[in-house]
Write a protein that binds this ligand. Sequence first.
Ligand SMILES: Nc1nc2c(ncn2[C@@H]2O[C@H](COP(=O)(O)OP(=O)(O)O)[C@@H](O)[C@H]2O)c(=O)[nH]1
Ligand SMILES: [Mg+2]
Length: 222
Amino acid sequence: MSGPLQSGKSSYIKALDPNALNVEAKGKDEKFYTVGMDLGSIKLNGFDCYLFGTPGLLRFSIMRRIVSTGSDGLIFIFDAAAPEKDDSAIVILNSIRKILPPNIPTVFIANKQDIDDARSPDVIRSQNYLHKDNKIFPTSTQTGLNIKESITYLVNHIYEEYSSLLKTLRVYENDIEGLAQELKKDKMQMRDLLNNLEIKRFVELDRINKTYKVRSGLKYLV
Ligand SMILES: Nc1nc2c(ncn2[C@@H]2O[C@H](COP(=O)(O)OP(=O)(O)O)[C@@H](O)[C@H]2O)c(=O)[nH]1
Ligand SMILES: [Mg+2]
């Protein structure tokens, strides 16, 4: 999850996981700023989803890089009530896009809709030249508006990205070499792929027998 200062990143993660951690420091203005990261987790129909929040201060770009690397998806937040933050939002968005793979599942949120003059998603879209295909949810971490809906949308999108791979993985559970041929990957690439899928808990590896099992119970959410 990324976006400009004081837009609601930490609040969004806290809304989904009340036990979320946040490495923050109090600024001279008495407000709290995330300097490290936020970390929360939720379970959505069989998936353990880890939510990482990046710092919003522009000079913390190195932390944004560390926190973003390896993500499967991106929640990008605009402060709907503070158009003056859009410039730094776009700087952050462009730097995150350079770190993440192209076409990474992304959802935008236009937060603070509980405030009277909050901008609608369409206004934010046109003011920031976001593509018409980009999904933007109007949200409020105060009222809970579209918090669950926006994360569910993203997780489904990520699941779709993985679903054809999962189908292939199920076919080759006892035949890693066959899988390597099917995916046109060499030994090193296969090792990386399977380790990665294990970390993400899509598969359970049996390193002695050189087989794996695709975890059951992963579902599309509605
Ligand atoms: N009115 C309103 N205030 C919000 C909302 N989300 C966050 N805030 C407030 O905005 C400030 C910054 O929130 P925070 O989650 O720390 O933002 P971050 O810097 O992006 O992590 C805090 O005072 C929050 O209470 C929202 O949806 N509506
Ligand atoms: Mg924060």
